[in-house]
Design a protein around this ligand. Structure first.
Ligand SMILES: Cc1cc2nc3c(=O)[nH]c(=O)nc-3n(C[C@H](O)[C@H](O)[C@H](O)COP(=O)(O)O)c2cc1C
Length: 313
């Protein structure tokens, strides 16, 4: 079998990674994607340590394929998460939101592959990087660099494997990202619209009914986040219009908004994190179908690269 750098590094079939997402990606989604030939990731950022342990155990029962855990560096109980990951021999960790330096050597000394998520040209001594553009759902960089620009810029500067994220949801998107210099893609939003995602069905339905222009990057003064424009977002807009400061934004955000929106399905008061690609997602499909559709479209698009459209001379 031909191997590319990412399939080789992770021991997977397709260079297609399902992103770790708070409230949306537990063991069911991660194991379904890993069983389909991609790499599934458990999003640990919304889990207490004992929940993460349970999720890892269930994932290992559901798949004998490699899977990963996403670890936001700002997580308060991070050392407990790290111990659980080491104890259960999770083969791969995707770190994000902060500098992974403190933990990289300890994880690597246990044979764990470490991948870090960046939104600009800043990274540390890891096995691979995910470069995530402005289009992406969830927390995002302040620099507003789009995937289309970020991937070739990062590809020019690094020699380690590069994973593109942000705005990719189809096989054509995957091929485009790889043509720009990525070795693999990480897809988040598209995998929320699956029965295996732990997101609330109200949120999934809002995603499949959303259109281009329905998401926005906001709350830059706190942690920039891309979300659907809903009544909660309108409240944030009011704060900006009235010249509110950081404290006003913090008070409006309050606590538990993401859980309320994405997990409990409160479309009015909740925070609904999703990327621009939501405008293209129009049905809820099982995770293995999503993988299959993306890979089939990827090969179809690749075969079309000899078509008349590309032969202009
Ligand atoms: C609902 C949601 C939650 C997310 N949570 C996390 C997270 O906990 N940690 C993280 O590194 N990235 C998180 N992300 C970003 C994804 O890992 C991924 O990079 C992004 O979704 C890719 O862009 P896309 O949504 O356009 O596919 C989240 C994204 C979404 C949509």
């Amino acid at each position: 079998m031909n191997k590319n750098r990412i399939t080789e590094l992770f021991g997977i079939k397709y260079p297609l990674i399902q992103a770790g997402m708070i409230w949306c990606s537990g063991w069911e989604l991660a194991s379904a994607v890993s069983n389909s030939g991609g790499l599934g990731i458990i999003g640990s950022g919304s889990m207490y340590p004992e929940i993460l342990e349970e999720q890892i155990i269930k994932c290992k029962i559901a798949t004998d394929k490699p899977f990963a855990v996403n670890l936001p560096m700002l997580y308060p109980d991070i050392d407990k998460h790290i111990q659980t990951i080491i104890k259960h021999k999770v083969p791969i960790v995707f770190t994000s939101a902060g500098n992974p330096k403190t933990w990289t050597s300890s994880l690597k000394s246990h044979g764990i592959k470490v991948v870090h998520v960046v939104s600009s040209l800043k990274f540390a001594g890891v096995d691979a990087v995910v470069a995530e553009g402005f289009e992406a759902g969830g927390h995002n960089g302040r620099d507003e660099t789009t995937t289309f620009c970020l991937i070739p810029i990062v590809a020019k500067e690094i020699s380690i494997p590069l994973i593109a994220a942000g705005g990719i949801g189809t096989g054509r998107g995957m091929l485009a990202a790889m043509n720009l210099g990525a070795d693999a893609v990480q897809i988040g939003s598209r995998f929320i619209a699956t029965p295996e995602s732990s997101a609330h069905k109200n949120f999934k339905e809002m995603i499949i009914n959303s259109n281009e222009g329905d998401t926005i990057l906001t709350l830059k003064e706190l942690t920039p986040v891309r979300l659907l424009k809903n009544p909660f977002f309108n409240k944030v807009e009011e704060v900006y219009k009235n010249g509110g400061n950081i404290e006003d934004l913090k008070n409006t955000l309050g606590r538990g908004r993401a859980k309320k929106g994405m997990f409990e399905g409160d479309l009015i008061e909740g925070e609904l994190e999703v990327g621009q690609i939501a405008g293209l997602i129009d049905q809820i499909l099982p995770a293995h179908k999503v993988v299959e559709e993306i890979i089939n479209e990827f090969y179809q698009a690749k075969s079309e690269q000899n078509s008349a459209k590309y032969l202009f001379e």
